[in-house]
Design a protein around this ligand. Structure first.
Ligand SMILES: NC(=O)C1=CN([C@@H]2O[C@H](COP(=O)(O)OP(=O)(O)OC[C@H]3O[C@@H](n4cnc5c(N)ncnc54)[C@H](OP(=O)(O)O)[C@@H]3O)[C@@H](O)[C@H]2O)C=CC1
Ligand SMILES: O=C(O)C(=O)[C@@H](O)[C@H](O)C(=O)CO
Length: 282
């Protein structure tokens, strides 16, 4: 049975599912199998990046899937080392060749890299690539309010999406508020905390809520994110987990339980030392 998701409408009119599928570390034949399985389960938004070295894997899964291309949204990301205008345009074209696609539904600047200070130039390239028809919607990832304000001031164009680290240990309340006020949809990367040693799926409050709602810990977290108005992109290689991560639209967390999860967040809750104010990724 194919699972259906609810949708968000972005400020430019693009309709996106409320849950997408992350593909970091899904490479080669195993990656194709995992992504094909995700499409079979019902995922319709695939998140990739040049830096994941798997745009070919994603394209191959789409080619093998029985789901028509136009029913799938594919989102990729421009790496830090390609933020000069001409490099960015060439990279977007190469991303398309690698994936075997004619267009991307979404393309994001992966990190602002403020020390390199080329993100406005990269944004101008994304605006042009959208005009050329290579990309339907343009967005960013890991952008702080100051970076977003600068994009608007210098180009007049705000991103429609901002993909940031967001899980119960780091719930991004201020960034979400800013994004909402500027009609930007917040996407959650590592929505399940990447199952690190400090595993948020085992947090006692999350485990208690899973018992209360007769759901898995992952489903509680993903449901919390969608009730916050956020779009999580969980990754899983296992079909049963892929299915449960999408199957969150038939229950609702109470206001009190939402508040309980919101209270887990802490200022130093990032998985790694990746504050976009100074982190640079190439
Ligand atoms: N823009 C950016 O800078 C970044 C973007 N991303 C994007 O976000 C996506 C998701 O983040 P990611 O870092 O992969 O981490 P996630 O938070 O999605 O966690 C993935 C891990 O959780 C496990 N898992 C998945 N579902 C469940 C479940 N229901 N119960 C228990 N364990 C589960 C997976 O194991 P298994 O596979 O064995 O099921 C895997 O080990 C990435 O794949 C990528 O597309 C990620 C990081 C940064
Ligand atoms: O996975 C991504 O999209 C990244 O931007 C990486 O920085 C990731 O967060 C990572 O941890 C790489 O080791």
């Amino acid at each position: 049975m194919i699972l259906m998701t609810e949708t968000y409408t972005l400020s430019d009119g693009l309709v996106v599912p409320k849950v997408g599928f992350g593909t970091y570390k899904l490479n080669g034949a195993q990656g194709v199998n995992a992504i094909t399985s995700a499409l079979d389960v019902g995922y319709r938004l695939l998140d990739t990046a040049v830096n994941y070295e798997n745009e070919g894997t994603v394209g191959q899964a789409i080619a093998r899937s029985s789901v028509p291309r136009e029913k799938i949204l594919v989102s990729s990301k421009l790496p830090g080392r390609r933020q000069h205008y001409d490099d960015a345009i060439a990279t977007i074209e190469e991303s398309l060749y690698r994936s075997g696609l004619d267009y991307f539904d979404l393309y994001l600047i992966h990190w602002p890299n403020p020390k390199t200070d080329l993100y406005v130039e990269a944004w101008q390239a994304l605006i042009a690539a959208q005009k050329f028809g290579l990309i339907r919607s343009i967005g960013v990832s890991n952008f702080l309010p100051a970076h977003l304000e600068r994009l608007e001031k210098e180009t007049g164009v705000m991103p429609v999406i901002n993909q940031v680290e967001l899980h119960p240990y780091f719930n991004q309340a201020d960034q979400r508020k800013f994004d909402t006020e500027h009609h930007i949809l917040t996407q959650a990367w590592s929505p399940l905390g990447r199952s690190t040693s400090n595993n948020v799926l085992k947090h006692p409050e999350i485990v208690a809520l899973a018992e209360k709602y007769h759901r898995s810990a992952g489903q509680i977290i993903l449901r919390w994110q969608t009730q916050l108005g956020v779009l999580p992109i969980p990754k899983s290689t296992h079909v049963a987990r892929q299915r449960q991560n999408l199957n969150i639209f038939d229950f609702e967390l109470s206001t009190e339980d939402m508040a309980t999860i919101n209270a887990i967040s802490k200022p130093d809750g990032r998985i790694r030392d990746q504050d976009p104010a100074y982190y640079e990724e190439f």
